[in-house]
Design a protein around this ligand. Structure first.
Ligand SMILES: *[C@@H]1O[C@H](CO)[C@@H](O)[C@H](O)[C@H]1NC(C)=O
Ligand SMILES: *[C@@H]1O[C@H](CO)[C@@H](O)[C@H](O)[C@H]1NC(C)=O
Ligand SMILES: *[C@@H]1O[C@H](CO)[C@@H](O)[C@H](O)[C@H]1NC(C)=O
Length: 363
């Protein structure tokens, strides 16, 4: 399939409703390129986005290290929670006010340490957790005691979204990684969830009480995978999505297990997989016209990133994918809004993010 950029139609900015004071005291973000906001800028890696046309729709039209044209899901979720500023990247935390939260996310990072290594530097989830320990010790110093730091950390919301790269930049690359020869898809999903579960328990032991866990995306629908494997008449590469679903169903069960084992904490599952698939199946309902081609990085191979300085598609609000792997801001808005207010629980389980944020509020 050949993707070509279609033009016309204006970019419509959806208004974001923000509350006067944040619903939670702080917002910490762990993840991959879906929410990286600059942590890879100073790393030696191919997983970078600090060049145009990334960031083309930001107020100053500059790249920031986000893998999209403007805001990420974490940025928009932070706005919905009532934050006026985005949680800064850990890489820029030296002079930052740490109390409202930090973003540790890193493109190409995974649950497994080796994930993404063929691309160069990246900050794995284990490393992100060590960076969080560093921030915690700085918060302890600032607030003067463990107790006050713990009280503060208990009142934060934690965004956790890893695992996409353990497929894209590990299991699905047999020439670079042995995992697909070592494990069947079912075993790999199990091994990943086992490790993820330990990592999430570590985060809990660092004081996290409100944790949002994002499912993997339907990776088989990414323009890069479609260009690589073809879809055989389907909308997406079905066998890749089937592998991803093995992980997602276990992650949902893990949320049940965590909620029953840790009664003083709440864990929420966000089903990005089905939300994205419904947008791909019914693009018009979501305001999209193009769901199988990227807005930038367009070419015979649907390269993994935008080509530096290339001119992207103009009608960005009509595209689900910004580059061959990452959603446009238009998609990020839908995801963030539908997971924040979700009374019918179509996307979130067992409660939506606004309900989680309001729980046990200190008066
Ligand atoms: C980009 O994000 C900013 C907030 O950082 C927002 O004010 C602006 O409207 C967005 N731009 C577009 C074109 O949506
Ligand atoms: C503070 O926390 C650290 C790490 O958890 C621990 O080693 C230390 O003993 C604690 N100090 C106090 C005074 O509780
Ligand atoms: C949620 O799902 C129900 C059916 O399960 C559907 O009728 C409803 O329109 C959905 N709501 C949203 C906001 O998508």
């Amino acid at each position: 399939m050949l993707c070509t950029a279609i033009s016309a139609a204006l970019l419509s900015a959806l208004p974001i409703w923000a509350v006067a004071e944040p619903l939670v005291d702080c917002f910490f973000i762990f993840g991959d390129s879906i929410v990286d906001n600059g942590n890879n800028n100073n790393l030696v890696t191919l997983a970078k986005s600090d060049f145009p046309p990334y960031g083309i729709d930001t107020p100053n039209h500059r790249p920031t290290g986000r893998f999209t044209n403007n805001r990420t899901i974490a940025d928009i979720t932070g706005e919905l929670l009532g934050f006026k500023d985005y949680s800064p990247p850990y890489a820029d935390s030296h002079n930052a006010n740490l109390l409202p939260g930090i973003n540790y996310a890193s493109a190409a990072a995974g649950i497994r340490d080796e994930t993404g290594q063929h691309l160069g530097g990246r900050i794995s989830f284990n490393h992100q957790l060590r960076n969080h320990q560093d921030i915690i010790s700085r918060i302890v110093n600032f607030l003067g005691s463990n107790e006050s730091a713990t009280t503060h950390l208990n009142k934060c919301l934690y965004f956790v979204g890893l695992g996409n790269n353990d497929y894209i930049n590990n299991y699905l690359l047999p020439l670079s990684y042995p995992s697909s020869r070592t494990y069947t898809p079912d075993q790999f999903a199990q091994v990943l969830i086992q490790q993820y579960s330990e990592q999430i328990k570590t985060l809990y032991s660092y004081g996290a009480k409100k944790v949002v866990l994002y499912s993997l995306l339907p990776i088989g629908c990414a323009p890069n995978e479609i260009a690589k494997y073809g879809t055989n008449g389907a909308l997406c590469v079905e066998n890749i999505n089937a592998q991803v679903m093995l992980f997602n169903s276990r992650l949902r069960s893990l949320v049940d297990e965590l909620n029953s084992n840790f009664k003083d904490a709440n864990f929420v599952y966000v089903n990005l997989f089905d939300l994205a698939l419904s947008a791909i199946s019914n693009p018009g309902l979501f305001g999209f016209k193009v769901t199988n081609c990227a807005c930038c990085g367009v070419g015979p191979n649907n390269g993994i990133a935008c080509i530096p300085l290339e001119v992207p598609c103009q009608n960005r609000a009509e595209y689900l994918f910004w580059d061959a792997f990452h959603p446009t801001e238009a998609s990020n808005l839908i995801i963030a809004q539908r997971s924040y207010h979700d009374q019918s629980l179509n996307v979130t389980y067992p409660m939506d993010i606004s309900t989680l944020a309001r729980l046990q509020r200190a008066s």
